[in-house]
Design a protein around this ligand. Structure first.
Ligand code: PMP
Length: 369
């Protein structure tokens, strides 16, 4: 009899998740750690949205919906984004939108360019599609440098993925950077995926991000509900895409996810009218706590959005070693190598109660000095 590994696909085995698994294995041994590693907010779904979800279940919205999503939600999103309803697809989280975007566009051997550090899923989905990830080093300030990105573009480049505000750095692209990215996409005629899941976690004056979707029509815009409304388990997001691309994504959704969860699509429509300003104010304060607690000890780019900071570890150790040392102090952070070719920084998520965040920051500071 053959070993079970012989039954597994090269596609599955080609996805290397060892970095993050090592951290989770170590973390599983801890009792009530200060968990600065999680990529989700500490608040729950607003009650009004919960009520709508419960009512939708009672009203029998428990069957498949049209693959592209329920009409009222798509119409609302089309109106919000000033596009045609045919451009809108409701997805199973932004993860679902990323999966469909990449599967609909990337052929084996095609290259996909994105900044390093990056959201891990990009690399793995490109691998699954048989494509080649081309991460562009953005250290030390994590900014979009058009010249560096252009140097990575080849005739095989199929997609450029942007993520602003960024996971894991919290850095937000400026208007000038977005314009430069759009010019690059135009010059090389590239399709762009713009992952904007962390809108509206923005801590400056602006209540929205400059988006390449407003400048370059060959853009697949991905937005979510998971983080904004604390509904990561409800699996909802959406894509706004050029019609020909949307059609292919819808076809692929038909044969994979089928549709996003029905009752939650109704709740998401209601959620769009629920203000989240209080959460944003609280998260701006948490960002400020991180910067005032850690800013003098660590080299950190100021996070303008999302709920992450990406400090540099002290010179004498790798980020993995630093994360392991922090586990001994009952604090969880994620080493940069999970998001990057480098292992010099670590990601901390500030989506937890202030008191615990402060204790976590103090322990990080003590470990570094
Ligand atoms: N994009 C980025 C940058 C993320 O950080 C995440 C969640 N960690 C996602 C997409 C996926 O989120 P979801 O599938 O819950 O919408």
């Amino acid at each position: 009899m053959r070993d079970l590994a012989a039954h597994l696909s090269e596609r599955a085995l080609g996805v290397d998740a060892s970095g993050i698994r090592k951290v989770f294995d170590l973390a599983a041994k801890l009792k009530d750690p200060i968990n600065l590693s999680i990529g989700l907010p500490d608040f729950d779904v607003p009650d009004e949205a919960k009520d709508v979800a419960i009512q939708a279940i009672r009203d029998g919205h428990n069957r498949y919906t049209p693959t592209q999503g329920i009409a009222p939600l798509r119409e609302r999103l089309a109106s919000d984004h000033a596009c045609d309803v045919d451009n809108v697809l409701v997805t199973s989280g932004v993860s679902g939108g990323l999966f469909l975007s990449i599967l609909a566009t990337v052929n084996p051997g095609d290259e996909v360019v994105f900044l390093d550090p990056y959201f891990v899923m990009y690399r793995h989905l490109v691998t699954i599609a048989g494509g080649k990830s081309v991460p562009v080093d953005s250290y030390p300030d994590f900014r979009f440098d058009a010249a560096k990105v252009e140097a990575a573009i080849t005739p095989r480049t199929k997609l450029l993925i942007l993520n602003s505000p960024s996971n894991p750095t919290g850095v937000m692209m400026t208007e000038a950077e977005v314009r430069a990215a759009a010019e690059l996409a135009k010059k090389h005629d590239l399709l762009v995926v713009s992952d904007e899941i962390y809108v509206p976690f923005l801590y400056g004056e602006a209540t929205t991000v400059p988006s390449i979707a407003d400048l370059w029509p060959k853009t697949i815009l991905l937005r979510g509900f998971s983080k904004t409304y604390g509904m990561t388990g409800w699996r909802l997001g959406y894509a706004i895409a050029p019609r020909e691309v949307a059609e292919q994504m819808i076809k692929l959704q038909q044969y994979t996810f089928v549709c996003a969860p029905s009752p939650f699509q109704h709740a998401a429509l209601a959620a769009l009218d629920i203000p989240v300003d209080d959460h944003i104010t609280a998260y701006r304060r948490k960002r400020d706590i991180v910067m005032s607690e850690l800013g003098e000890t660590f080299e950190i780019e100021h996070p303008d959005g999302a709920f992450y900071a990406f400090p540099k570890v002290p010179e004498s150790q790798t980020a993995m070693q630093f994360a392991e040392r922090m586990i001994e102090k009952n604090v969880l952070v994620i080493p940069g190598s999970v998001f990057s070719a480098k292992d010099t920084h670590f990601r901390l998520s500030f989506g937890l109660p202030d008191e615990r965040l402060i204790v976590g920051c103090k322990r990080l500071r003590d470990a570094a000095s």
